[in-house]
Design a protein around this ligand. Structure first.
Ligand code: PLP
Length: 410
């Protein structure tokens, strides 16, 4: 008789985007002619840049000839891509990495989810709240979360509140965890940490031997100078942090799938007996066993974004989205609403007026403006009373959504 992993049964249905789809479909039945503008799901809408398409075509053609055909590649990724990443994403910012410290993958969701494989279930995990739900759910699967409590929190997870009162800047925990997830620029709040704010976390981790799991999936959207793109820009961070990156939002790879994870050689965790263990070695072992590499053609496509033309093209798309973010931010602020984010990230985090709850505000926005957002509470209890709008839409639609909200009697 096969027994299931009971942890999976503890997880509530991941109903956020299904519930949104259900509500939108119900609305469409009653209002078939309404033109709905979707600023909910965080997926890109611009097509892949021409340089990426060209690299894909070229790589596909290579697969057609016996001399250039590629079968299994290195599980850790091809050197051509790893070298381009190190040169452009790190050396250009004063960070030195060796090729064996970079692991190419099919995206940051897999890596942020799978990293738990190499970490003990006995770790105490801290997360900021609200948060990208993958961190919490994968810790439930990995037996580190305890039980779901009536307030929507997990009994063994330490929640670090991010709210309007602290400007969405998390404060250092009073009780020491073993692992902390930080995602900056942040999904869902759209806020970022300055270098001095992030340094506090690195110093805390160094002093208390805490592992930081740093998700930098949105680093390409940073516009302000004092916001670091990589945690390794902070001295000492290589001893305490793993960094996750993604080509999804940076270059429109949400459908193509490519990302990478950096695990520095000097980063250690411990055995029960106090012996140090090199996490790079464990992750390499994990990946070589469970992962067979990202497609060659996809890695060639990712490499192409680092050419001068590739950089120009991805920058144009990012600027397009960030202009949408500005339109939403300025439009909603002009109504006197409390709006956060949208400066270093493609997300706008809106405090619902008059303390309306997230779902109620979502319903009103849908029924009265025909605009779809994401209820903040879907990102954790700390998101209650907020709504997330994304800047990944079409510009004309974004402008129209803002005009509709401006005419709305909230
Ligand atoms: N990390 C954060 C914070 C995200 O918001 C997302 C996607 O929305 C991901 C990771 C996943 O990225 P990928 O498409 O590379 O799996």
């Amino acid at each position: 008789m096969a027994l299931v992993n009971e942890q999976f049964l503890k997880l509530p249905e991941s109903y956020l985007f299904t519930e949104i789809a259900r509500k939108v479909n119900a609305f469409k039945l009653v209002h078939p002619d309404a033109r709905i503008i979707r600023l909910g799901i965080g997926d890109v809408t611009r097509p892949l840049p021409p340089t990426v398409i060209e690299a894909l075509h070229k790589a596909v053609d290579e697969m057609a000839h016996v001399e250039t055909f590629r079968g299994y590649g290195p599980e850790q990724g091809y050197r051509f891509l790893i070298d381009a990443i190190i040169k452009h994403d790190y050396e250009a910012r004063g960070v030195r990495l060796s090729p064996s410290e970079v692991f190419i993958s099919d995206g940051a969701k897999s890596d942020t989810g799978n990293i738990g494989d190499i970490l003990s279930k006995d770790n105490r995990v801290a997360i900021t709240d609200p948060v990208y739900p993958v961190y919490v759910d994968t810790n439930v699967m990995g037996c580190r979360a305890g039980d779901l409590m009536p307030d929507g929190r997990w009994s063994d997870i330490a929640y670090i509140p991010c709210c309007a009162e602290n400007g969405f800047i998390p404060e250092l925990p009073t009780e020491k965890p073993d692992i902390i997830y930080l995602c900056y620029p942040n999904n869902p709040t759209g806020t970022a940490l300055t270098k001095s704010e992030l340094k506090k976390w690195v110093d805390y981790a160094l002093k208390n031997e805490v592992l930081i799991l740093f998700d930098a999936a949105y680093e390409a959207f940073i516009t302000e100078k004092d916001v670091p793109h990589s945690i390794y820009e902070i001295r000492g961070a290589k001893q305490v942090a793993i960094e996750f990156r993604s080509f999804s939002k940076t270059a429109g790879f949400t459908g193509l799938r490519c990302g990478y994870t950096v695990i520095p050689k000097e980063l250690n965790a411990y055995r029960f007996n106090g012996e140090r263990v090199d996490l790079n070695r464990l992750w390499n072992r994990r990946q070589s066993t469970k992962f067979n590499g990202t497609a060659y053609i996809v890695q060639r496509a990712a490499e192409a974004i680092y050419t001068p033309q590739g950089q120009k093209e991805i920058r144009e798309n990012i600027a397009y989205y960030m202009d949408n973010a500005r339109i939403i931010r300025e439009g909603l602020s002009s109504l006197g609403l409390d709006v956060y984010g949208g400066v270093n990230a493609p997300y706008i985090w809106l405090k619902t007026p008059d303390g309306i709850d997230s779902w109620k505000f979502f319903d009103r926005l849908l029924f009265e403006c025909h605009v779809v957002g994401t209820p903040g509470v879907g990102f954790g209890p700390g998101g209650e009373g907020y709504l997330r709008l994304t800047a990944f839409g079409d510009k004309e639609e974004v402008k129209e959504a803002v005009e509709r909200i401006k005419k709305w009697k909230i």
